[in-house]
Ligand binder design. Structure first.
Ligand SMILES: Cc1cc2nc3c(=O)[nH]c(=O)nc-3n(C[C@H](O)[C@H](O)[C@H](O)COP(=O)(O)OP(=O)(O)OC[C@H]3O[C@@H](n4cnc5c(N)ncnc54)[C@H](O)[C@@H]3O)c2cc1C
Length: 496
C-alpha cells in the first residue's frame, strides 16, 4: 500500500484508555460532557494501564472518512464521493444498513407527509430500491413499507460501489488522535490487522452513538434527567407462519395498538417475565416470514460494553418468550413457526446526542419551523418509547397509543426543517455528525432518529464534508450553505 506510512502515536493512551474508563464508569448525565471531563476520570477513578510507546501503520490517502455504515453513513459516503472526494466508509459489522439490516428493524417509517414524498435525494433512491425486495407491497406505497434486510444489504453494497466509495467491514473505531483541540488528525481502527491509523481531511461520524465526535472532545448529552435513554428493542424474525400475502391484513390485528392483539393476553398471563408491555409491531417481510419490532429492554446504555452485552442475551431470551407467547395465544398463525434470527445489533433508539452549532428544539418542532440553512424536512411524530415507570399507566388503561401528553403528530402536509448547524459539532473543525446523534433536544431526537431522516442528514453531511475541503481548509463551520443547498436540490432533495 503506497500510501501507508508508519504513524507514531503520541497519545494512544489518551483516547483508548479513556474509552475503557468511560465504559467501566458510564457517565449518565444530561450536562454537556467533554473529553476533559473524561480525562478527569483517569486521575480520580483508580486503575489504569500505561500503553507502551508503539507505532502503527498509517493510511493517509483519504479526503473524507465516514465511520458507521448505517443509513446516515451510507448516504454520507455516497454524497461525499459523488462530490469528488476520495471517500472511505468504515463499518464494524460485515454489512451496510445499520439498524435496517444488522438490527432487523422491519419497516421504513413514512416517506411522505401525507401529500408528497419529503425525504428525497439519496433517501428516495434507497427507498425505491429497497421496495424491490418486498414485491408484495403496493408500488405506490410510501408509508410504513416493509424491509427485507438481506435485499437492503445488497442495495447499499451496490449504491456505495457505484459511487466509488471504498468500504472496510469488520473494522471498529477504537480511538481518535487530535492534531490540536479542534482538529482530528487521525483515527485508530481495530480489525484483523490489529490497529491501523487512518487519516482524512474531514471525518463524518455516523456511528449512531457519536463515538468519533465524543472521543474528539465534542460535548454531548445522554438520557433524561436521571441519565436514562429510551428503552431498546431487540428485533427478530419468525418464519413458517400460517399466512400468505393475500391475508397480510390479518397482521394488523396483532399490532399492540389493537386491544384484541394477543400481546395483551401474553402480558396479562404473567408467564413471560421479560414481556412487560404491549409493544408489538410486526411486518410481513417475505413469504411466510415476518420481522418483529417487539418488547423493550430498559436502561440499556449502548456506550457501555457490559450493559450492551447483557442486553443482547436478555434480548434473545425476550425473542424466545415472544415466540412461545404467540404460539400459545395465536396458534392459528404461529403453531408451526420458527424463530430464525435475532438482530446482530441491539436496537438502540437513543444514546449520545452531540452538541452542534444549533440544537433543534421542541419549540421548533411544534412551530413546524423553517430555517435559512435547512438541508431537509422531517415530519415523523415524537416517538418516545415509555420508560419502565410509564408502562404501568399504559397497561392499566390498555391503551398502547396513549402518548402520555407528548406533542400530537403533524397533520397532512406539515413538516419541519433540519438546519445544517445541527450537523456541525461545536468546537470541532473537521468533524460532522449525521443520523440519530445530531444536535437536538432529547425529545426531538425521538422524531429525527428514523431512517428516512438519517438518510437526509447523511447526504447533507457527506456533501458538506467534500465542500469543506474544496472551500475552507476543511472547516465544516465555514461551508457555503447556499451552495450546499443548491447542490442538494440539484440532487433532488426537498426543503424550503
Ligand atoms: C428498535 C428500533 C426500531 C426502529 N423502528 C424504525 C422503523 O420502523 N422505521 C425507521 O425508519 N426507523 C426505525 N428506527 C430508527 C432507525 O432504525 C435508527 O435510528 C437509524 O437506523 C439510525 O441510523 P444511523 O445511521 O444514525 O445509525 P445506525 O443505523 O445505528 O448505524 C450505525 C452503524 O455504525 C456502526 N458503528 C457504530 N459504532 C461504530 C464504531 N465505533 N466503529 C465502526 N462502526 C460503528 C454500526 O455497526 C452501524 O452499522 C428504529 C430503531 C430501533 C432501535
Amino acid at each position: 500500500m503506497s500510501n501507508e506510512r508508519l504513524f507514531s502515536r503520541r497519545s494512544f493512551l489518551k483516547a483508548s484508555g479513556l474509552l475503557a474508563l468511560a465504559s467501566t464508569f458510564p457517565i449518565a448525565s444530561t450536562s454537556a460532557q467533554t473529553g476533559e471531563k473524561l480525562k478527569d476520570l483517569l486521575s480520580k477513578n483508580n486503575r489504569s494501564l500505561q500503553l507502551k510507546k508503539t507505532k502503527v501503520l498509517l493510511d493517509d490517502q483519504w479526503d473524507v472518512i465516514v465511520v458507521g455504515g448505517g443509513p446516515s453513513g451510507c448516504a454520507a459516503a455516497i454524497a461525499s464521493a459523488r462530490e469528488g472526494a476520495k471517500t472511505l466508509l468504515i463499518e464494524s459489522m460485515g454489512c451496510l444498513g445499520g439498524m435496517g439490516t444488522s438490527g432487523l428493524v422491519p419497516a421504513w417509517t413514512p416517506f411522505s407527509d401525507g401529500e408528497r414524498m419529503i425525504y428525497r435525494g439519496i433517501a428516495e433512491k434507497v427507498f425505491n430500491e429497497s421496495k424491490k425486495g418486498v414485491p408484495f407491497e403496493p408500488k405506490e406505497k410510501m408509508d410504513w413499507v416493509a424491509i427485507n434486510p438481506e435485499w437492503l444489504k445488497l442495495v447499499y453494497d451496490r449504491m456505495v460501489a457505484e459511487n466509488n466509495v471504498k468500504v472496510l467491514f469488520f473494522s471498529h473505531l477504537a480511538s481518535v488522535e487530535m492534531k490540536n483541540e479542534k482538529e482530528v488528525d487521525a483515527i485508530i481502527i481495530s480489525n484483523k490487522s490489529g490497529l491501523t491509523a487512518y487519516r482524512a481531511k474531514v471525518y463524518v461520524d455516523c456511528t449512531g452513538d457519536g463515538d468519533l465526535a465524543a472521543w474528539a472532545g465534542a460535548s454531548f448529552t445522554k438520557g433524561n434527567s436521571k441519565g436514562i435513554s429510551m428503552p431498546a428493542t431487540h428485533c427478530f424474525e419468525i418464519v413458517n407462519l400460517n399466512v400468505n400475502p393475500s391475508n397480510i391484513e390479518s397482521f394488523n390485528s396483532l399490532y399492540g395498538g389493537n386491544k384484541k392483539s394477543p400481546i395483551w393476553e401474553i402480558v396479562e398471563s404473567k408467564k413471560y417475565s421479560l414481556i412487560k408491555d404491549a409493544h408489538l409491531c410486526i411486518n410481513y417481510i417475505g413469504p411466510n416470514a415476518v420481522g418483529l419490532n417487539a418488547g423493550h429492554l430498559f436502561e440499556v446504555d449502548s456506550t457501555n460494553p457490559q450493559s450492551l452485552s447483557n442486553a443482547m442475551s436478555r434480548g434473545r431470551e425476550l425473542a424466545n418468550q415472544f415466540m412461545a407467547g404467540l404460539k400459545e395465544f395465536r396458534p392459528d398463525i404461529f403453531a408451526n413457526s420458527v424463530l430464525v434470527n435475532t438482530g446482530q445489533l441491539m436496537g438502540i433508539r437513543e444514546s449520545r446526542i452531540i452538541e452542534g452549532d444549533y440544537r433543534l428544539t421542541l419549540k421548533d418542532w411544534i412551530a413546524r419551523a423553517t430555517f435559512p440553512d435547512e438541508i431537509g424536512r422531517n415530519n415523523y411524530f415524537i416517538d418516545i418509547h415509555n420508560s419502565e415507570e410509564e408502562i404501568d399507566k399504559v397497561l392499566k388503561e390498555k391503551n398502547f397509543e396513549n402518548n402520555l401528553g407528548r406533542p400530537e403528530p403533524y397533520k397532512k402536509g406539515e413538516s419541519h426543517g433540519i438546519p445544517y448547524r445541527c450537523l456541525t459539532p461545536k468546537r470541532l473543525k473537521n468533524v460532522l455528525v449525521a443520523g440519530r446523534c445530531i444536535s437536538t433536544e432529547q425529545i426531538v431526537q425521538g422524531s429525527v432518529r428514523v431512517q428516512s431522516a438519517c438518510l437526509v442528514t447523511g447526504e447533507a453531511a457527506g456533501m458538506a464534508a467534500a465542500h469543506a475541503i474544496q472551500q475552507h481548509k476543511n472547516d465544516v463551520h465555514l461551508v457555503n450553505v447556499d451552495y450546499l443547498r443548491k447542490r442538494l436540490k440539484e440532487e433532488g432533495q426537498y426543503f424550503k
